[in-house]
Ligand binder design. Structure first.
Ligand SMILES: [Zn+2]
Length: 212
């Protein structure tokens, strides 16, 4: 049975603006919400989420893509300014646990081999984000990540649920924060996570006022 548009939206945590995914908002624009990850790996961990139910960057319309690039730059600048590092990732449907686009940004600077220790032959340099559209058409999906200005996709043969979350949390020395569903069952960890999100919000509010 095919799900109707209404069914999809009702069951999608990123379609419902009242869901816990939006508990720590940072910025809302015409087509996007930027929020702290409800289960942050570290302070500064944030998500860019389109309001429309689309699966990943590769499916953004021209208008969405343009608005997204502005936000991506804005929040890269924020993380570099306040946390001295920026990285990002998107499960371009491979490894997604929520099937509504959410680009994750995290203050982390490291070698790509810390994220993909399987070897440099398992990652492919990406010139720009527009290249994701082509990969999506060719392979039916992608695993995108960036560290600083450098962008890559990972060999899709490595794909697994929460692929990047697990690896970024390990690289940050916080493997217990990889599985967000398990985090929800741990009140102590959740308390620390909320503290991180509140700190991110406070830093963003000050930074945004200064840079308006
Ligand atoms: Zn959705």
């Amino acid at each position: 049975m095919e799900l109707s548009e209404k069914d999809i939206r009702e069951n999608c945590p990123h379609c419902n603006s009242k869901s816990q995914a939006f508990e720590f908002p940072l910025l809302e624009t015409k087509n996007f919400r930027v929020v702290c990850d409800a289960h942050p790996i570290i302070e500064g961990h944030l998500l860019i989420i389109p309001k429309e139910h689309v699966s990943c960057i590769a499916e953004y319309s021209g208008e969405l893509y343009k608005e997204f690039l502005n936000l991506y730059q804005k929040f890269s600048d924020f993380l570099v300014s306040e946390y001295k590092a920026v990285s990002s990732f998107e499960h371009g449907i491979f490894g997604q646990t929520v099937f509504h686009s959410h680009v994750q940004m995290i203050p982390l600077g490291c070698s790509p081999l810390q994220i993909v220790p399987e070897g440099l032959d398992k990652i492919h340099k990406l010139k720009d984000l527009a290249g994701l559209k082509k990969l999506f058409e060719l392979d039916g999906g992608y695993l995108f990540f960036s560290i600083g200005e450098n962008k890559w996709t990972t060999d899709v043969s490595l794909s697994a649920p929460r692929f990047f979350r697990d690896r970024f949390s390990k690289a940050l020395g916080r493997p217990e924060r990889g599985n967000w569903k398990r985090m929800r069952e741990n009140p102590e960890l959740l308390k620390l996570a909320q503290k991180d999100d509140t700190a991110t919000q406070n830093k963003w509010n000050v930074y945004n006022k200064k840079n308006e």
